[in-house]
Write a protein of this length. Structure first.
Length: 665
């Protein structure tokens, strides 16, 4: 039942679009000594006088959800996404009926009850730990605003006589897997429907859901979900520690393979994981999710993790020199102008990751030894690929985009051209820039080719595949890069030859057609303190063009520095940030249509018409940022996504075209 309640809640949220709402975060056990905030006085038009004075928050609340106004969220989403209100409202009303049908008796007139649900009133849900029982458990309930206490009572009378569980609290009759009550309420509505898995859940939480939460000041966001770790750790921390202590024993019993190096590393990994779980539970305070939407700025969604200690690995990483936050580094603005996504990062201290990489290396080497593939020297060579190739606090940028295929002569591509288009559609192009010299990365790139081509690995592979399949084993080699990139450039090529074109399901290919698939990784040094890697399919010409465009000294006109739609990032102060857009997905779908010959599929054709006619073609940037605040001893990390009106108009156009059967622009 607890699962079904949450599922129904999620359906209601989705029906109203991507922006629901929140309540003011309430106090954790550490705040228990603080004075309760004075509730906002809101006159409740109660039809009968009941005591609606606020009650204290239940003890050990572990989850709290609030949605200010589904109707307002729906209205703002419709405005931002240019969607008609009527179909959205119809969808929400249908979801409300489904929710009620799931939680009340089948004898209840669901339509009549849904008619008195106030979609402009807050929606609340809360979960608190059971304190009077030795067994692990929680009370769970949610509440919806009702426009009339008496009308709601009349709507449920068909299920049987109402039982008054307390003053102004009437239990809905009939057979049901949950318990629901109609209760008088403070706040903006005179009554609320409160439902929970059992009667004890409802009687415990209903006073707080109907008398306190509806009168508290609203949070800054429309939707707020708060998961509190501290109360759960205080109650069950000792049990957690007891349980995870057995993780190394379980890992050894279930996953060991009889290879000493692997098995020792496995136990070390399980021990470290158990220690981290315990430390993280002790450090974590709360995890929050917020969604806001307004007609001006449209969508902002965020997730934040607040810590109260620094003993765990995660907490230490979050609190690692937050003073480095600021606007994007210079290398960020060198990304190609036509990039569909660009993200920058400020790096970290490689020492923090060394224990993890060392354990992974031992697991990898031990696994190869067990398989009896290659020599011990071969195994060490593979393990060395996990060596961290960068220094401390190296700023990076990662950009990606799509390859624009030239028009084929006569409007028809050869099987090889189709194969190249297919690879480009899958991979596109990616660039990674590092504020560090190229020596370490060049060494690592050479290692990749060397390890792959070792006789100890190639011979067993060819023997296993046999003569025919051995012909399509990828060929990997590294050599000097294109001359235009400079004398220190490298080209790591991965090529598969003699691939049957029919195997790729390309339209028009015959059984005799054979094609080659090719991927290149190019390395270009950019002075003594900057390096670029480019990854893409087909011939390396497109990658060379982009590398030359981002190189120091190239005109800013070819980089994102010339884009005005990225100005919000210039003003930011983040640890990492960037943007993405839907454009590449749109173009990839267009290419897929030709490559796989899916004409005639009505659903695919409808999707293609929708994406090809989006008002902004998916090119509007959607911003992603991460920040670190708080203190070193109690850090707080947040990841946020913001989408402007043009981005939501593209999403709205897809919804309108696909879900609502199409509409005129």
């Amino acid at each position: 039942m607890r699962t079904s309640l949450l599922s129904a809640f999620a359906l209601l949220a989705l029906a109203c679009g991507p922006s629901p709402a929140a309540v003011e975060p309430t106090k954790t056990p550490a705040d228990a000594s603080k004075k309760e905030p004075t509730p906002v006085a809101v006159a409740a038009p109660a039809e009968t006088a009941y005591d609606l004075s606020p009650v204290p928050e239940p003890q050990d609340v572990v989850a709290l959800f609030g949605w200010k106004s589904p109707a307002a969220t729906l209205n703002n989403f419709g405005t931002c996404a240019a969607l008609p209100q009527e179909p959205l409202l119809t969808g929400v009303e249908a979801q409300v009926r489904l929710l009620l049908r799931d939680v009340v008796s089948s004898s209840v007139d669901v339509r009549s009850l849904a008619a008195v649900v106030a979609l402009d009133a807050p929606v609340f849900a809360v979960a608190s730990l059971e304190t009077q029982s030795k067994r692990a458990g929680a009370f769970v309930a949610f509440s919806l605003g009702l426009t009339s206490l008496e009308k709601a009572k009349m709507a449920v009378e068909g299920a049987g006589p109402l039982t008054e569980l307390g003053p102004g609290m009437f239990r809905v009759g009939g057979r049901s897997s949950s318990t629901c009550v109609i209760a008088a309420s403070a706040g903006s509505t005179p009554a609320r429907l409160v439902c929970g898995p059992k009667e004890k859940d409802v009687t415990t939480l209903a006073p707080y859901l109907t008398r306190t939460l509806p009168t508290q000041p609203g949070a800054g966001s429309d939707v707020h979900l708060e998961l509190r770790v501290a109360p759960a750790e205080a109650r069950y921390g000792s049990l957690l520690r007891t349980q995870v202590q057995g993780l190394p024993v379980i890992a050894q019993a279930e996953l060991s393979i009889g290879e000493p190096k692997f098995d020792r590393a496995l136990v070390d990994a399980a021990t470290a994981l158990a220690d981290e779980v315990v430390a993280f539970a002790a450090d974590a305070d709360k995890l929050t999710f917020d969604v806001s939407m307004d007609p001006a700025s449209c969508l902002r969604a965020s997730a934040a993790l607040a810590m109260r200690g620094k003993s765990s690995w995660v907490s230490g990483l979050m609190g690692e020199r937050p003073e480095r936050a600021g606007p994007p580094p210079a290398i960020f603005w060198r990304a190609p102008k036509e990039s569909a996504s660009v993200v920058y990062g400020r790096g970290s201290d490689p020492k923090r990751f060394q224990p993890i990489l060392r354990t992974l290396r031992l697991l990898l080497e031990g696994g190869l030894a067990k398989l009896n593939v290659g020599s011990e020297a071969d195994h060490r060579a593979v393990g060395e690929l996990l060596d961290w190739p960068m220094g401390k606090d190296v700023e990076t940028v990662t950009a990606s985009g799509r390859v624009v295929e030239p028009e084929a002569k006569g409007g028809k591509r050869t099987p090889q051209q189709e194969a190249e288009a297919l690879v480009n559609g899958w991979i596109g192009w990616s660039l990674v820039g590092y504020e560090e010299g190229s020596a370490n990365l060049a060494k690592q790139l050479r290692k990749v080719a060397d390890v792959y081509n070792r006789k100890g690995f190639q011979d067993p592979l060819r023997k296993e595949l046999g003569p025919e399949l051995s012909k399509v084993i990828p060929k990997v080699k590294v050599g000097r890069g294109p001359a235009a990139l400079g004398p220190d450039s490298l080209d790591l090529s991965i090529k598969v030859e003699n691939v049957p074109a029919a195997l790729l399901e390309m339209k028009g290919a015959t059984q005799k057609d054979r094609v080659s698939l090719e991927v290149h990784v190019l390395l270009m040094g950019d002075g003594k303190t900057r390096t670029w890697l480019a990854i893409g399919g087909g011939k390396p010409d497109e990658l060379v063009k982009r590398l030359l465009a981002v190189k120091t000294g190239a005109p800013d006109a070819g980089t994102i520095a010339s884009r005005t739609d990225l100005d919000p990032l210039r003003r930011g102060k983040h640890m990492s940030a960037g943007f993405l857009s839907m454009g590449p997905l749109v173009k990839s779908l267009e290419r897929t249509k030709g490559a796989f010959g899916r004409r005639g599929d009505p659903r695919f054709e409808q999707l293609m018409r929708a994406v090809s006619t989006m008002p902004h073609q998916g090119d509007t940037p959607i911003f992603i940022t991460s920040s670190s605040t708080g203190t070193v001893d109690a850090p707080r990390g947040e990841v946020a996504v913001t989408a402007s009106k043009p981005a939501l108009e593209d999403i709205g156009w897809l919804i309108k075209t696909l879900a609502f059967g199409g509409a005129r622009r």
